[in-house]
Every structure is written in structure tokens, then in C-alpha cells.
Design a protein around this ligand. Structure first.
Ligand SMILES: [Zn+2]
Length: 193
């Protein structure tokens, strides 16, 4: 019985690893989120991605999430993630995978290039878990956006309501509505499937 259980556990881990590789995750994410050995993950990566994983450090800084457009994308992802956390009982990494797929659907439906990689999305959730980042409600639009933990909510205005001057009047991400009922309905629909 124990043996069957361990094979099932392993199958689940391989399934997760494959899903993450297909979404473009870095090898470090797989190492952190599965118990599969480095050698097996490397083989799996090459088999699924058809190439060797890229080397180098993971992004460790919270700075990227604070820049204008990345902040909007990160906020979109995190809103979906928080929503799934509330409505679905999933393991943490599965919530990230599902939320990231929904984030991709949202950006595609808006004709936007997804700026947030799955590795950064995963990092973002870790940053929120350990209190380095949080979400603050914009006092103008009421959407929730990624901020540092001590942002003063009373004064906070998001990047959609107050885009930097250089952004001009481009379409940018202006059509993304964070925390809007539509997002939630779509998220709920995908969860139901
Ligand atoms: Zn706003």
C-alpha cells in the first residue's frame, strides 16, 4: 500500500513539474516545489521543453514588482491568486499554476503581452507569504494592487489611475480591471471546470 501511495505521489509531482515547465518555469522553482531529484528534473525539463533550462540566479528583489506595468500585471495575477485561495482548496503550488493560467487567459483576451513570468508569479506569492509585499486598495478605483507592506492606504493611488507621464495615452493596461466582478466570474467558471 505504501508503495502504491508513493507512486501516486510521484506521479502527482511529475504532473506538477510538467505543468510548470510548460508554463516556462525555471528549474529552481521545480526543485523548490517537488521532491524529485535534480537529475530527474533536468531530464524531465529537457524532455518537455526540448532544451536545457536557462542558468543564472532567480530574481530576488521586490523592485521589479513596483515598476509601473509589471505592477499592474503582478496585481492582476495576485488578485486571481487570492480569489482562488478563497474559493478552491488546492495545494499552494497548484493555486499558483491555476492562477497563472488564468492570468495568461486574461492578458490574451485583452491582447496584451504577458509581462509576468510564472517564475516571477511564484516569487511574488513567496514575497507576500513572508510579508515583503502585500496588496493595498487604490483610493480612486478601489482595485487592489501589489505594494510594499507599509503603504498608507488612505493616500494610495494605483498605476492605472495615475500612470507615469511617459506612459502617454497608450492603451497600455488601461482596460484591465482589477478585482472587477467580471474577473471573479471568469475565475469561478474556470475553477468549476
Ligand atoms: Zn486605481
Amino acid at each position: 500500500m505504501a508503495r502504491i501511495k508513493s507512486i501516486l505521489t510521484e506521479a502527482k509531482q511529475i504532473e506538477r513539474a510538467v505543468a510548470l515547465i510548460q508554463l516556462g518555469a525555471r528549474l529552481q522553482v521545480l526543485e523548490s516545489e517537488t521532491d524529485l531529484s535534480y537529475e530527474r528534473l533536468l531530464r524531465l525539463y529537457k524532455e518537455v521543453a526540448g532544451k536545457s533550462p536557462s542558468k543564472g540566479q532567480l530574481p530576488f528583489s521586490t523592485d521589479w514588482f513596483m515598476t509601473w506595468q509589471p505592477n499592474i500585471h503582478a496585481s492582476l495575477f495576485l488578485n486571481i491568486h487570492e480569489y482562488l485561495n478563497k474559493v478552491a482548496v488546492l495545494d499552494e503550488i497548484d493555486t499558483v499554476i491555476k492562477a497563472y493560467r488564468l492570468y495568461l487567459e486574461q492578458t490574451q483576451s485583452q491582447g496584451l503581452e504577458p509581462m509576468l513570468s510564472v517564475t516571477r508569479a511564484w516569487r511574488l506569492v513567496k514575497f507576500v507569504d513572508n510579508g515583503m509585499l502585500t496588496m493595498t486598495k487604490c483610493r480612486k478605483c478601489g482595485g487592489h494592487f501589489v505594494t510594499h507592506p507599509h503603504e498608507i492606504a488612505k493616500h494610495y493611488v494605483c498605476g492605472l489611475c495615475n500612470p507615469p507621464a511617459r506612459a502617454g495615452k497608450g492603451r497600455a493596461s488601461g482596460t484591465l480591471q482589477l478585482g472587477a466582478p467580471r474577473d471573479e466570474a471568469e475565475a469561478a467558471q474556470s475553477v468549476a471546470h
